[in-house]
Design a protein around this ligand. Sequence first.
Ligand code: ZN
Length: 172
Amino acid sequence: MSIRPILIHPDPRLRKVVPAVPQVDEKVRKLAEDMLQTMYDAPGIGLAAPQIGAMQRIFVMDCEREEPGDHPTVCINPEITWASDEMVTSEEGCLSIPDYYAEVDRNERIRLAFTDLDGKRREEEFDGQWAICAQHELDHLDGKLFIDYLSAVRRQMITQKMKKLKKERARA
Ligand code: ZN
């Protein structure tokens, strides 16, 4: 397992609709392990493959904040099959947009179909933080970021700050 560098917005790889994983093999399992380790190290509660430059439909999450590492969840080729009419507003952040948080509306509960690390297709219902996180991560696989839900002015302001951050990091 290894910790991979996380791409910072703006980056063209964070804006791509990425293709499905054709088959769950050793390479995919290794990628998922690296993603989990990178996420826990950050630390974060979710990470999508494009955030480390792996252009495939995989995300990982673990929303049990009390004991990190307890509920590693790997979702391959995820699809929302049902979403509640009830919405919930919460403050979101993103490992690719460090130190910025904003309120975003999401469906309160969802059912998610996905392939697990054994290559089995399954369907699970998520609520609370899990449902919010899954929708945020699924957006990443379609090249969408949480700042896309904000006003254009706010989005541009955050993007400028991120450009500055990237320059500072490149110099360091
Ligand atoms: Zn994110």
